[in-house]
Design a protein around this ligand. Structure first.
Ligand code: NAG
Ligand code: NAG
Ligand code: NAG
Length: 307
């Protein structure tokens, strides 16, 4: 019996190998894979320019010009290098490398628009204007609750605290658990990593940008770069491709479907401010810029909040 099993297993392995080779060959005929050094490896997306070709250190400094002033909480924490290092994982998957140069720059502005809005300490009459203060924080300052919910899959670690941390702040044990699993880093036991390591903090934010909240739903990346086709139900719910739907994916009805609320307008303002500073210009913000009328992909009544 054991001998028979072994003899049939070998041809099987060979078959799998042959099939594998055949698939690679067929794929490379259709789409060429390219390498761009360490930053973008072995992907069709690497054949175009990479993020550091079109978004350079001086632009990062422009966007986040106030982050190292003494009143900022996270002085010295965030830098361009950590952003680019983090993106090396996601550029081969299309992050900032999809479409042509204009779409690529717009996606960087869109992603960083979310980040800037969520990490800003620019209030009202701050010098340089309220939009110049992105990446001021790397964690929540006065947590209002413990952010620990009973979970079989991601139980809270005694002593660990799950308040907001990172570039797109992560809250709650189950979100630390999910994202940690996605990044293969034990964030459930070590949520503090997100306020100790800027590369990891950007990586966690990019993971959220690139992954849907639920299976069969689009990611923020998908709705932004036009990789997503709305269903009839989506259209009826006013969910259409564009920047507005990225807010819907990430924040649902905490931000969307509430009319022209500050929480939504602040994110849009950061996106447009960054488009201007990057030389793209806000006139290219794209259709469906806000989500004032959109119904949430995942209504909060049915699930716990992620923000
Ligand atoms: C590469 O850029 C061109 C335009 O310059 C675009 O049409 C194409 O879709 C891009 N490739 C990928 C994989 O996004
Ligand atoms: C920070 O996180 C990155 C990405 O996960 C990792 O490669 C790096 O080793 C970490 N740095 C430190 C000092 O732990
Ligand atoms: C259509 O959308 C509504 C709310 O937006 C949702 O409750 C419903 O399950 C959706 N139906 C389908 C078939 O996806």
């Amino acid at each position: 019996m054991a001998a028979k099993k072994r003899s049939s297993a070998i041809p099987m392995a060979v078959l799998v190998l042959l099939l594998g080779v055949g698939m690679v060959a067929a794929k490379s005929k259709k789409e060429k894979l390219c390498n761009k050094g360490w930053e973008c490896k072995a992907s069709v997306y690497c054949c175009n320019e990479t993020i550091s070709d079109l978004f350079q250190v001086y632009q990062f400094e422009n966007l986040f010009s106030k982050r190292n002033t003494p009143v900022a909480q996270a002085v010295g924490f965030w830098d361009y290098h950590s952003f680019i290092t983090a993106s090396a994982v996601y550029q081969p998957l299309g992050f900032g490398t999809t479409g042509g140069k204009q779409m690529q720059m717009k996606e960087v502005a869109a992603f960083l628009g979310h980040v800037g809005s969520k990490t800003s300490c620019g209030y009202g009459v701050a010098t340089g204007g309220p939009l110049a203060w992105g990446l001021c924080y790397n964690h929540e300052m006065s947590p209002s609750k413990s952010y620990c919910e009973d979970s079989y899959i991601y139980p809270c670690t005694p002593g660990a605290e799950y308040y907001g941390r990172g570039a797109l702040p992560v809250y709650w044990n189950f979100n630390y658990g999910t994202i940690g699993e996605g990044l293969k880093v034990d964030l459930l036991n070590h949520p503090e990593y997100l306020e100790q390591n800027a590369t990891l903090a950007f990586q966690a934010a990019m993971w959220r940008w690139m992954n849907p909240m639920k299976k069969k739903q689009p990611s923020a990346h998908d709705v932004f770069v036009g990789k997503w086709k709305p269903t009839k139900n989506d259209t009826l719910s006013k969910r259409l491709p564009g920047f507005g739907a990225t807010m819907n994916v990430l924040y649902g009805d905490f931000v969307c479907g509430q009319g022209s609320v500050d929480s939504m307008n602040n994110i849009v303002s950061h996106y447009q401010y960054y488009l201007d500073l990057m030389g793209v210009g806000r006139e290219l913000s794209g259709d469906n810029l806000d989500c004032a009328e959109q119904k949430a992909f995942n209504p909060s009544a049915e699930q716990s909040s992620t923000s």
